[in-house]
Design a protein. Structure first.
Lengths: 247, 670
């Protein structure tokens, strides 16, 4: 089974993120980018599928700072090919991003396209379904396990309350991965360095074929509340409620 | 003395047994040579001379267990002298009329020595047999989850010990008895043979023929047995008497804190037995299986599946099992199948106690580090460790926090610490991860900053350019990440102008002092802040007006003490503050690790852990009686022991402090 994993970098939340002067975007100086952890799980699931039943794994990401290291790391983990997309605007939201990826793949997404179900900077979970829609392929989201079959895959989709649904999906298909079957593997730095010397990253140029579909009007940090008041027992609670005129 | 037939029989026995023994030893040499290259052949004469002196003084063994070591010394000196005794006995057997009994002064002194030393060996051996088979000390047993070679699990060590013990008793006992019979035969006592003379009276009633037969039987039991034992040597722990001196002579001469360089980038560690450097194969043959390393090991003491002793013993039994194939080049068994378990490998705190205490110069810890390098190359790190390594790679610290926040600890200070990247400073302070990011340690970092400022020291830090020095990263086996961190740190340091460099972190201290050589020479001069504080106290820059009083004990951090010999400065700093210092039983070279080293602080406790090493240590401190403070000189120790005081339910009984806390108090800094 030939698989493609869409990788995306998101702002690292350990930084104190600040909104820039325009009030519509993060201050670039406050941001450091890292691989979206859901995408890391998508890559892990693809590598597990490859190890279990053969096939190839291609990773693809938009160009940007430190993207090469991210792609080499994916190769060091066991991906077969890395593809870097030049010319795409990463800030256009998932509608634009899906268009860029689909154009870059130019119909070569393989049997299965996997990506993270969501990312720290969108949370709309639209990348996988939009890629599926553009390619006319079935898509399942919030996937926690993928098992290969003949011309199809069986996937576990997580529902609310810990309920898991099992789906059979005809290939080719697109999956939004919630979690891989195991913790994403570690790529030792020596191996990444070796890969850096021996492997190459292919590049492809692709511009957005779809508009973003939205514009950012304003961005603000969350407001800090007054803080909680700890109460000692019911009597105090009654007093507080009484004082507020609730009872 | 011997008849012609006996002489022929003896010579035949020697020929057959020597040939068999030679085959065993030749295989051993071939197997050891299959290990990876290691530089140990410099100054051979000097090496062997030093080892000879050490062994003659029994120095390596007296590092621990003084009582057992005393009885070992009895056997050692007796056995050493028995080389002469054996030569004499051969002469007696083959040269008609040769006898030392009734001879001149040299012969008489020889007799006295052989008589008394025979007793010494017998007493020593009886001690060890009683110890192993009657007293059965716990130190000779392994934790239940320790991986053991099937023959070891089936009691192989007891069997081997019994065979060796009986051999020694028979060999020396028969020789001594033979002398007593000889004296009885001649009908006189010899003042130069006091114990044999005393025993000879027991045989006074025997006929001359019976006595003569007895003398012959004893000679054969003494001398025939040693020849019969020769082929067993290569299979037995008793081999230590030949291999241990070689192993001690060919010991590591590089700094303890410098890990071996990677010799093969594609396969940096050890997967199979023969992937180990050859001295580590030799280790297994030198091993006397005394379990001293295991007794000193914080991982085994806390109940985990790691036993450095079992590792060496398993290696030895496996090499013996496969000696013929391995000697002829067959591929060797995997270390994780034959020698130890994955859980054991990750349990090691790299505290070096096992290597330090070993009386025969073994380095079981190095095997574990080699296995870690191999596992790491396959990406097979425990999940929680992998997570930390990833953040060390991406962010340069083990906390997964932003590098931009590295110097945030300094914000509450009412002065700004110099940015060494931007302006020259006399002292560059390498703060380290824990002292930068852990809230408790940050408090100590601020204290150090206040002390230095009060002393008028011109110092700066690297702010966001500092990354973890990588000491423990290297010890998890992640060689590439260590190199990457070291390169980044060296680049940052190269761009700074400073005269001296110091650190508050023993792990950083070790890395820069011993392992940053390839990145520049000046890092070797890094100082630990204990040394700097002492210097400032002694030259009067730090004025400690108040004598604090109180009683404290001090915990030696592994990477300052055992690794780098930094024992005195922290103690003298504590005492300079007017605090009475009490030593825990395990101190200095014999200090007991807190359990955090080698990346352990980033991993989960093993399920089998019965008591954390840090809790064990707090217990040891509390057993000293009335002490107020448990003093550390390492940020990791501060967090480990503050936690341990809480988790062991000893809150309020003892306060964990940094040496800097005392200095600040004694200086009466607000």
């Amino acid at each position: 089974m030939d698989m493609t994993v869409l990788l995306k970098r998101v702002p690292d939340l350990v930084e104190d993120l600040e909104v820039d002067d325009s009030g519509k975007a993060l201050d670039e100086d406050s941001v450091s980018l890292k691989l979206n952890e859901f995408d890391d799980h998508a890559l892990e699931e693809a590598l597990l599928l490859k190890e279990g039943g053969g096939g190839t794994v291609t990773v693809i990401a938009l160009d940007g700072e430190d993207v090469d290291k991210m792609l080499y790391t994916a190769l060091a983990k066991g991906a077969d090919r890395a593809l870097k997309v030049m010319g795409g605007d990463p800030d256009g939201g998932n509608q634009a991003l899906a268009g860029i990826f689909v154009a870059a793949l130019d119909g070569h997404g393989g049997d299965l396209i996997l990506t993270g179900v969501q990312a720290a900077d969108d949370r709309d979970g639209q990348l996988a379904p939009r890629v599926g829609a553009l390619l006319g392929r079935p898509c399942i989201e919030v996937v926690t396990e993928v098992n290969p079959g003949d011309g199809k895959v069986t996937v576990h989709k997580e529902l609310a309350g810990g309920v898991v649904a099992e789906y059979e999906v005809d290939l080719p298909a697109v999956l939004g991965i919630q979690a891989a079957r195991q913790t994403p593997r570690y790529a030792p730095v020596s191996r990444v360095r070796q890969i850096q010397e021996s492997a190459t990253i292919d590049t492809v140029t692709s511009a957005a074929t779809e508009g973003a579909g939205f514009t950012v009007v304003a961005m603000t940090p969350p407001e800090t509340g007054e803080g909680a008041q700890m109460l000692d027992g019911v009597d105090e609670l009654v007093k507080v409620l009484d004082a507020k005129g609730v009872i | 003395m011997l008849s012609s037939a006996e002489r022929v029989a003896f010579i035949l026995l020697v020929l057959v047994c020597s040939a068999l023994a030679f085959k065993g030893f030749a295989r051993m040499v071939k197997i050891v040579r299959r290990g990876r290259a290691a530089q140990r052949s410099d100054n051979l004469i000097c090496r062997f001379a030093e080892a000879f002196i050490d062994i003659a003084l029994q120095r390596p063994i007296f590092k621990a267990r003084p009582v057992a070591s005393f009885f070992h010394a009895l056997i050692f000196f007796g056995f050493s002298f028995y080389v002469l005794v054996n030569v004499n006995d051969l002469l007696e057997a083959f040269v008609d009329g040769w006898s030392t009994i009734g001879g001149g002064p040299i012969a008489s002194l020889f007799n006295l020595a052989s008589d008394l030393l025979s007793m010494a060996v017998l007493v020593g051996m009886v001690f060890f047999l009683i110890r192993r088979f009657v007293v059965k000390p716990k130190v000779l047993t392994f934790n239940p989850s320790v991986k053991l070679h099937p023959a070891v699990a089936a009691g192989g060590l007891r069997k081997d010990s019994l065979i060796v013990g009986i051999f020694i008793l028979m060999h020396v006992g028969s020789r001594w008895l033979g002398t007593a019979l000889h004296l009885a035969e001649n009908g006189h006592s010899d003042p130069w043979l006091p114990t044999a003379s005393a025993a000879s009276h027991l045989f006074a009633g025997l006929s001359p023929a019976a006595l003569d037969t007895g003398v012959h039987v004893c000679w054969w039991l003494a001398m025939g047995l040693i020849v019969l034992f020769l082929p067993y040597f290569p299979r037995s722990k008793h081999l230590h008497l030949m291999v241990a001196p070689v192993n001690l002579a060919l010991d590591r001469r590089s700094p303890r804190g410098l890990m071996d360089a990677v010799s093969d980038v594609a396969s940096p560690g050890a997967k199979t037995l023969t992937d180990l450097p050859w001295p580590q194969l030799l280790d297994s043959y030198a091993c006397i299986m005394c379990n001293r390393c295991q007794e000193a090991c914080p991982a085994h003491t806390s109940g985990t599946p790691l036993s450095p002793a079992a590792l060496e013993i398993n290696k030895r039994y496996t090499l013996t099992d496969h000696a013929a194939e391995l000697a002829s080049g067959a591929s060797a068994p995997n270390l994780l199948d034959a020698a130890t378990s994955v859980d054991a490998v990750w349990s090691c705190t790299t505290c070096y106690a096992c290597v330090r205490v070993c009386p025969v110069g073994n380095e079981p810890m190095m095997d574990l580090l080699n296995i870690r390098r191999d596992l790491m190359m396959d990406g097979a790190a425990p999940d929680e460790l992998a997570e930390v390594l990833r953040s060390l790679d991406e962010k340069g610290n083990s906390f997964g926090d932003s590098p931009r926040k590295r110097a945030r600890w300094s914000k509450p200070l009412d002065f700004k610490i110099k940015n060494a990247n931007k302006e020259p400073c006399e002292f560059l302070w390498y703060v380290g991860d824990f002292a930068s990011y852990n809230p408790d340690c940050q408090e100590v970092s601020r204290t150090v900053a206040r002390i230095l400022t009060a002393a008028g020291i011109d110092f700066g830090i690297l702010y966001e350019k500092e990354r973890s020095a990588g000491n423990d990263v290297r010890r998890t086996g992640e060689e590439g990440l260590f190199e990457s961190l070291a390169e980044q740190n060296a680049a940052a340091l190269e761009a700074c102008e400073f005269e001296r460099i110091f650190t508050t972190d023993p792990h950083t201290f070790n890395a820069l002092k011993n392992e940053y050589g390839p990145y520049g020479e000046r890092y070797q001069s890094i100082e630990h802040y204990s040394t700097l504080l002492l210097e400032l106290l002694e030259n009067g820059s730090l004025k400690v007006g108040k004598r604090l009083g109180g009683r404290a004990t001090y915990h030696d951090p592994c990477y300052l003490g055992r690794y780098n010999g930094g024992f005195d400065a922290p103690r003298r700093v504590i005492e300079a503050c007017g605090v009475e210092l009490l030593e825990m039983p395990r101190n200095r070279e014999n200090s007991f690790c807190c359990g955090a080293g080698g990346g352990r602080i980033w991993m989960k406790d093993h399920d089998d852990m019965t008591e954390r090493p840090s809790e064990n240590r707090i217990r040891e401190a509390l057993e000293l009686g009335a002490i107020d403070s448990f003093v550390v000189a390492c940020p990791k120790d501060l967090t480990m022991y503050r936690d341990a005081v809480k988790t062991s339910g000893n809150e309020g009984k003892i306060v964990v402090k940094d040496i800097a806390d005392f200095v600040a108090e004694a200086m009466e800094l607000g």
